[in-house]
Design a protein around this ligand. Sequence first.
Ligand code: ACM
Length: 590
Amino acid sequence: MGIEVHFEVAPTPGLTPDLHSDAASEIEFGDTLTVRAATEWGAIHSLATVAQLAGESHAIKRIHDRPAYPWRGLMIDVARHFIPLPALKRTLDAMSLAKLNVLHLHLTDDQAFRFRSEAHPELASGQAWDAAELKELVAYAADRAIRIVPELDMPGHATSWLAARPEWGAGPAPQPSRRFGVHEACLDPTNPAVLRAVETLLGELADIFPDPFLHFGGDEVNGNWWNAHEGVQRLMRSEGFKTSDVQADFNRKLTSIIRQLGRRPLAWDEALHPALAGDTVIQAWRGTRARDAALAAGFDCVLSAPYYLDLFYPASLHHCFDPGGDLVAAEDRLLADDRTRHVREGLQWMAGFARLPAMPVAPAGEQGQVLGGEACLWSELVDEGCLDSRLWGRLPAIAERFWCGAGAREAGLLERTAAFRRSLARQGIVPEDSETLRRAFPELAPIEPLVEMLEPVKWYRRLLGAAFERRVSGLGESDVARPYDADTPLNRLVDHLPPESLASRRVEADLAAGSDMQPWIEGWRRQRQAVSELAQVDAGLRDASRALGELADILDDGDCSLSGEKIDALAGPFGEYLLPVAHAVASNRR
Ligand code: ACM
């Protein structure tokens, strides 16, 4: 059955949304559905609200729908792995339904430069977009009330630039890089040709992207090259600079270029420095304290630290962070959750990580504002094939927080997120994870009771491999080979496994409700047998299978009072897999 929707909105043809676009609407449910909105952006968001309410109580007569935060973003790193335009378009379709309104494209990094500049075509790596393709994407996004913010990451993360233009670097010509982690390659901030090139590149981006913001990156500069570079050393001596001051001086030039282009600068929180231009927006990513440091110093802020989708956290652990709320309480919850126990040292290391400079305190009344939040999907372990599963199991929960702010409810979160996901599948935008897994791994059908209980290990544990232990214990990790680089095929189960096992959550709910557990127990025993009949199984999967079989016996036996060590042994990690259901079984007190 169709519904008739009556819009009262002044159309704004050809325009693109900006930070201050009025996203509010009034939705009235009567014989027809009437939407009143001051802008078409508000009207577009109202449709998402109506879709979310479909099937809910008809007691609602009128909704005043407005976002808590004007910046509700998603960053996708398209450098580590290229994400083709159709995948970005379906991401924009789904973002619009989640009322997310900013797509931030991290266009360049050590491994690739994804912008085919007209002035500097030599920089583009293999797969890259030209101006026409990016303009098409901007228009597609605007039709869905979404802005696109481009980022050129400078002066670090620049190996791809320097592989093409070594003379712009402050060190030896680097080879194109396929490895992950912080690189030494760094632009030479004393070379006028570098600034001319940056001005040209940013100018091209400003012509393509009408958005009021340009992102200049600024994260993770490794000072080694600058410390050995004659020109930089001369600058440091003459100005009494430390390495961070050299970057601040470079940033001052970048922000000046960006303002001359009529745009507002945006950067990762390493840009915080007493000399930073005050209208720069800080994107807080290192722990959560960077937000407060930026605000106290008078900088507007977009919060990203708790919304890194590449860290495989469950939806509720992202959702408990309100961009403008008490981050410490939420961080304590993240640290106390059983499912992050195997990476606790890493999380603690990260929580105390931000080496923030002493900043002058802004006068009363001139503190910065939290503009909102931005989920980040770094793509070392993400390509087009697993993009959807990395985004849509958890992003709807984050989007809800960005829209509702302090008013977001945790009760029913999992159900709402799953319903959103089902609606994406029904509309043919993004398939359900279970469907993708079935298609990608038909041979694993006999062990589905195991597969549905698994999660990938959290935080950077997959990416770091053996270097994880060395990092958290403060030892150097550079001599430990990492298990992945940009050429590693992402075609194993762990690459596609949803970050949160919804089946484990169903087990939790069934245990709490006192339901019959025999169907679960039988499935867990069946998989134990089935694994032993599979031709090829990696060791992690085999160990997880054994543990799940043991959990079946424990649950059947009824004595679930397990020691801490036993729970850890049953929850994993098993290679790159976790079995979070062990915590649910261990808490069963029937
Ligand atoms: C970052 O995650 N390097 C901003």
